[in-house]
Design a protein around this ligand. Structure first.
Ligand code: F6P
Length: 359
């Protein structure tokens, strides 16, 4: 009988509970013991490690649709990979994680994380040397290389779309524009997809240079006097500082375009998990359990051409663009961005959406 662990790390997103519930179900059917590590790596820093047996505490099926993580994702000021680097405590931290995993006697660990957590897992793979490490990608940013989908993205697009749908009604009543700031870090996938879904008048993403004067002219030329401009949080405007949506808003105001800003913020990480994300979470849970059966380790589940399979973590790291974390220069992550060939860019352009200065 195997003993496996589940850990959710990094920012939460909708779909984590579906993945957890499906892993418990699949593992229990295999007669494996499943332990949930609480609060990500925080749970491995306590003595004894904070882990609960999940088979006994079956996550109710009706809770599998809820956002957030039943296991939690960690405390803000705790020692974790990021703060350990900042505080020069990486060696002691890594040693403690290895010790706790050894104490738990796990055969395998399923780590559900974003590109930061998965990059760190590969970098610090020595921690997991005595067990099988299987990663499942989740993020609303869709910035993970080698996979067509990540858990949480579809729900985030739906959340941002619904938020903008509401704003559109008040925008119309008051003949004004809304500049909505989308999450996504330095990746524009969330802004692009929601922007196309709502029929935004403009979508500004970090991957495509834009000309603010061209944007102003574009808005002035519209046949309506209301609508939505989506500004990804990762864009910048030379000579300006502050929140991207505020910067764009000021430029519009200066040009006589009546507007307001709106910040959906963490509602993009919440919301009942969409069917598409629940299906993806179920497929990745199944794929992860099969990977354990196949004795794989240091792998990540991915979806390509509608097929769920695994890739090695070294492939994942080599496929992405390695960039420094903006806050912690010693921390490098493997990133994916909106591809210049993404058909949605052309579709947006053809639909009269200002998407920047497309080549
Ligand atoms: O990576 C997910 C994400 O929601 C980003 O889109 C956003 O920039 C960031 O996390 C927000 O992080 P926090 O919850 O720490 O404010």
């Amino acid at each position: 009988m195997k003993k496996i662990g589940i850990m959710t790390t990094g920012g939460d997103c909708s779909g984590l509970n579906t993945a957890i519930q499906r892993i418990i179900r699949g593992a229990t059917l295999r007669k494996w013991a499943v332990y949930g590590i609480l609060d990500g790596t925080d749970g491995l820093c306590t003595t004894p490690p904070a882990a609960i047996k999940l088979n006994d505490l079956m996550l109710p099926i009706e809770n599998a649709r809820l956002a957030g993580s039943f296991l939690h994702n960690g405390h803000a000021n705790a020692l974790n990979f990021e703060t350990a680097i900042e505080r020069g405590k990486t060696t002691a931290f890594n040693r403690k994680l290895h010790k706790s995993l050894t104490e738990l006697k796990l055969d395998a660990l399923i780590l559900i994380g974003g590109n930061g957590s998965i990059s760190l897992a590969w970098k610090n793979r020595e921690i997991y040397r005595d067990l099988q490490l299987i990663c499942i990608p989740k993020t609303i940013d869709m910035d993970i290389p080698l996979t067509d989908k990540t858990i949480g993205f579809d729900t985030a697009v739906q959340q941002l779309t619904s938020y903008c749908d509401q704003l559109m009604l008040t925008a119309r009543s008051h003949h004004r524009w809304f500049v909505v700031q989308a999450m996504g870090r330095d990746c524009g996938n969330l802004a692009l997809n929601a922007g196309v879904a709502i029929g935004a008048s403009a979508i500004l993403i970090p991957e495509i240079k834009f000309d603010v004067n061209a944007l102003v002219e574009h808005i002035k030329k519209q046949q309506t006097d209301y609508g939505i401009i989506i500004a990804s949080e990762g864009i910048s405007l030379r000579g300006h500082s502050g929140k991207p949506a505020d910067m764009i808003s000021r430029k519009l105001t200066a040009a006589g375009i009546v507007n307001r800003t709106a910040f959906p913020e963490h509602t993009q990480r919440a919301g009942d998990t969409t069917a598409a994300d629940r299906i993806l979470a179920t497929r990745f849970a199944d794929c992860a359990l099969q990977a354990i059966e196949n004795n794989e380790t240091n792998v990540m589940t991915v979806l390509t051409d509608n097929e769920a399979h695994t890739v090695s973590l070294s492939e994942f790291v080599n496929a992405g663009k390695i960039v420094h974390d903006p806050k912690i220069p010693d921390l490098m992550t493997s990133n994916a961005y909106v591809n210049p060939d993404d058909p949605l860019l052309e579709v947006a352009h053809d639909m009269g959406i200002y998407i920047g200065e497309l080549k």
